[in-house]
Design a protein around this ligand. Structure first.
Ligand code: ASP
Ligand code: MG
Length: 421
């Protein structure tokens, strides 16, 4: 008998009908002879609504109470799902994160899993029941408080359970058929991928693809969990996210797809002294604001005037704070001027085939030049090339790159709902 962990996102359990549809899928899996553990997210927009409510009460809600509040969303969906399964004649038991042994550090709102002790989940399985675990939440042993894993954290709950229970696979259900070669909402000819390596998936998730939570992909890669990304609205087999070294799976030298990200801004520090320590001082100030820096570009000194410029991108949510901090540290850093651009977007091409194929960057830059798209910044990794351009040009840039690498499918992709969660 095999053990399957299934995670259903908020859009799959949006209403009573959705809960019944998901319950039926779970029961079908059980009927096929598998042990089933389910992780579920909060129904529809519940988490957003709870967060709005918290902000109506307090501008900066108390972190402990905030986690206490937002974890209720998953408690609703797990209990309803268990009821639905029971009414179909199968045994099901729901568990909160703490009941299921999801032990985390104490960082409210962004806790890390430190241990998983799913004793009660095991017991339920041994007694023939389906275990349902609330996503996105855990428990800290020192503070004895409830924590959350950060937005979208239910994917990580599912992967952590799959690893701890040594599940045969972990299926992540949302409202799209799998991982696509681009976001079908901006690249209509995007194709569903049958397989993608965990390494490529990590780069895609880190470059703006929202189909999987990046921490879940990292966790699955570290623990060797095989992920399957599927839709709960169709019978498509979905996309397998495989770990190359396992089961003799060789890595395929492919171009996986194009990801885009409109969640960043750009800051340029003009006239920075070109001496050792400048960048350290600058980015020390930036990191003190808790900002997660993505791309950094430093120019070479061109005028022989002892100064240079550094540009970097950062999440929109950090911009205001970072600009303020840099402004007050102007004398300490010694720059001339700050420039801010809040209308940028990033487009990335990802594929393990880049390692061996030398023409990739040429093809990419030529495709953008034919489309008349001006590049603002460029960064690369072993298996990724990212460019920054004007936000309005992102859809066109993504389409141009997608076509240039022969990724376009025959027909237009089906988009069931809207969120991809
Ligand atoms: N319900 C939580 C959120 O919306 C967790 C999740 O969906 O994975 O962020
Ligand atoms: Mg959600």
């Amino acid at each position: 008998m095999s053990l399957i962990v299934q995670k259903y996102g908020g859009s799959s359990v949006g209403d009573a009908e959705g809960i019944r549809r998901v319950a039926k899928r779970i029961v079908d899996t059980k009927r096929e002879g598998h042990d089933v553990v389910v992780t579920v997210s909060a129904m529809g927009d519940t988490t957003d609504d709870l967060i709005d409510l918290a902000h109506q009460i307090a501008p900066i809600p108390d972190p402990r109470e905030f986690d206490m509040l937002v974890t209720t969303g998953e408690r609703i969906s797990m209990a309803l799902l268990a009821m639905a399964i029971k009414s179909m004649g199968y045994d099901a038991r729901s568990y909160t994160g703490s009941q299921a042994g999801m032990i985390t550090d104490a960082k409210h709102g962004d806790a890390r899993i430190v241990d998983v002790t799913p004793i009660r989940v095991r017991e339920a399985l041994d007694e023939g029941a389906i275990a349902i675990v609330a996503g996105f939440q855990g428990f800290n042993r020192d503070t004895k408080d409830i924590t959350t894993l950060g937005r979208g954290g239910s994917d990580t709950t599912a992967v952590a359970l799959a690893a701890a229970l040594k599940a045969d696979r972990c299926e992540i259900y949302s409202d799209v058929d799998g991982v696509f070669s681009a976001d079908p909402r901006i690249v209509p000819k995007a194709r569903k991928l049958d397989r993608v390596s965990s390494e490529e998936m990590l780069e895609l998730a880190g470059s703006g693809s929202k189909i999987l939570h990046i921490r879940a992909v990292e966790y699955a890669r570290r623990q060797g969990v095989t992920l399957v990304v599927r839709s709960s609205f169709s019978s498509d087999p979905g996309t397998i996210v495989y770990n190359p070294n396992e089961e003799n799976q060789v890595e395929e030298a492919t171009i996986a797809g194009v990801a885009h990200d409109l969640s960043q801004d750009k800051i340029t520090v003009v006239g920075l002294p070109d001496v050792p320590g400048s960048a350290a001082t600058l980015f020390n100030i930036v990191s003190q604001q808790g900002a997660n820096i993505d791309m950094i570009v430093q120019n070479v000194q061109t005028q022989n005037d002892g100064v240079t410029d550094i540009s970097f991108t950062l999440p929109k949510t950090s911009s205001e704070q970072v600009l303020k901090a840099l402004d007050s540290a102007k004398a300490e850093v010694g720059y001339e001027e700050l420039r801010f651009d809040d209308h940028i977007g990033k487009v990335s091409l990802v594929g393990s085939g880049m390692r061996t194929n030398i023409g990739v960057s040429t093809t990419l830059f030529e495709s953008l030049s034919s489309a008349g798209i001006n590049i603002d910044m460029i960064s690369t990794s072993e298996i990724r090339i990212s460019i920054v351009t004007n936000a309005d040009l992102v859809p066109e840039a993504a389409r141009a790159i997608h076509a240039a690498f022969g990724l376009d499918g025959e027909s237009e992709a089906v988009v069931y709902a809207g969120t991809g969660r």
